[in-house]
Design a protein around this ligand. Structure first.
Ligand code: NAD
Ligand code: MN
Length: 356
């Protein structure tokens, strides 16, 4: 019996509701198996921790996570603490500390979900957005001076490195190659941003030579939003910078039905460190503490986690259970227009796993 150590960081807001739900579902999956089990290690980092200790996570927090097989993360974001403190103090600390440079965001319209695009069948929307997760617009480089004075100045500098762009392009081309359509769209903005984005384009072209069987094209990020809406089937794998992909993937989630469904993995492809899986949504202050949070984004993130640690068959089982549940509109949460709550959806997925 192999034991996998999973770190659980619920964080703030509905993270505290969906992460326990994710643990419940993973435990239900393991309960049926004689081959693997999970040891969950919970960390109470986030806004409440900040109120007690003045930091979002302890200084040696990464050391506690390093031996884990994977991390399941909820959300960082508290109504009373500025967003840049919660984000940089926890989630980005882990992503950057563990050099999880590939942020992978699959999008599909799951069975039973009423997605907003009228002329799009579920089969026509099947994307994976690869987000550069270590540099670019979120490199943290910049500064602010003369605060409050008329001469106040502030900069956020987007940093792109050759190594950083090469490795994300290689990851994206490889991922595109592994998918049936072998199709990659490189998102850019090299018309207006004439330094780093031009290097981005050049490196994409260089790396493409390593993948002659992958068809690829280039799209400006603004045009890409329109293409996602008007010609969803023309996209498959998409690679974009940290900021561009952040925005495109929220659009993708909405086009697939709800922000509450969408999963993501912050991956260290070289496996030097544990990778981190999380729903793409945030703390959802408007519904927190009410049992209304859609846990499907977390469950799908668990599927990605299982795939990453090599539990391919259980990952498939869980995805099938999720799809069986979304197929029933009575089991939809309010964000999908349904009557169910977090607990009911969680119970239904466990029931599906149990019946398999
Ligand atoms: P949000 O994702 O928290 O909420 C946006 C809207 O979607 C809200 O109306 C919310 O109710 C709804 N929603 C989101 N997830 C849902 C779910 N699972 N089920 C049902 N409805 C859901 O985004 P926001 O309002 O921009 O941000 C709130 C806080 O979360 C901010 O502090 C922000 O910084 C933080 N945040 C954190 C992360 C992260 O840690 N990865 C990501 C995004 C936002
Ligand atoms: Mn985002």
């Amino acid at each position: 019996m192999k034991t996998y150590n999973i770190a659980c960081i619920p964080g703030d807001g509905i993270g505290q509701e969906v992460i326990p739900a994710g643990q419940t579902v993973l435990a239900a999956l393991a309960a049926k198996s004689t081959e693997f089990r999970f040891d969950f290690h919970s960390f109470d980092w986030g806004g409440d921790y900040y109120r007690r200790h003045g930091v979002m996570m302890p200084a040696d927090g990464l050391d506690a996570l390093r031996p884990m097989d994977a991390i399941l993360f909820g959300s960082a974001g508290d109504p009373d603490i500025p967003d840049h403190i919660t984000l940089w103090g926890l989630r980005l600390k882990i992503c950057q500390g563990f050099d999880q440079y590939a942020n992978v965001r699959p999008t599909r319209i799951l069975p039973g979900i009423d997605a907003p695009l009228k002329r799009c069948t579920p089969a026509q929307l099947d994307w994976v957005i690869v987000r550069e997760n270590s540099e670019g617009e979120y490199a943290g480089v910049g500064g602010r001076a003369h605060q409050g004075h008329p001469i106040e100045v502030a900069t956020d500098v987007s940093m792109m490195t050759r190594v950083g762009v090469q490795r994300i392009m290689r990851y994206a081309f490889k991922l595109a190659q592994s998918r049936p359509r072998k199709l990659l769209t490189v998102v850019t903005k090299s018309n207006a941003q004439r330094h780093a984005m031009v290097m981005w384009d050049e490196i994409a072209k260089e790396i493409s030579a390593e993948f002659p069987d992958v068809h690829w094209d280039k799209e400006l990020v603004d045009a890409c939003t329109a293409r996602m809406v008007n010609r969803p089937a023309s996209l498959d794998t998409v690679v974009a910078t940290n900021l561009h992909a952040d925005i495109l993937s929220d659009l993708a989630a909405a086009l697939a039905g709800s922000l509450g469904i969408a999963p993501t993995g912050n991956i260290d492809p070289e496996r030097r460190y544990p990778s981190m899986f999380e729903p793409i949504h945030g703390s959802a202050f408007d519904i927190m503490g009410q049992g209304l949070a859609n846990p499907i984004g977390t469950f799908w993130s668990c599927v990605m986690l299982l795939e990453h640690i090599g539990l391919t068959a259980p990952a498939k089982q869980l995805m099938q259970a999720i799809e069986a549940v979304t197929a029933d509109p009575q089991l939809h949460t309010r964000d999908l227009g349904g009557p169910a709550g977090t607990a009911q959806v969680t119970e239904a997925v466990c029931q599906q796993l149990h019946n398999k």
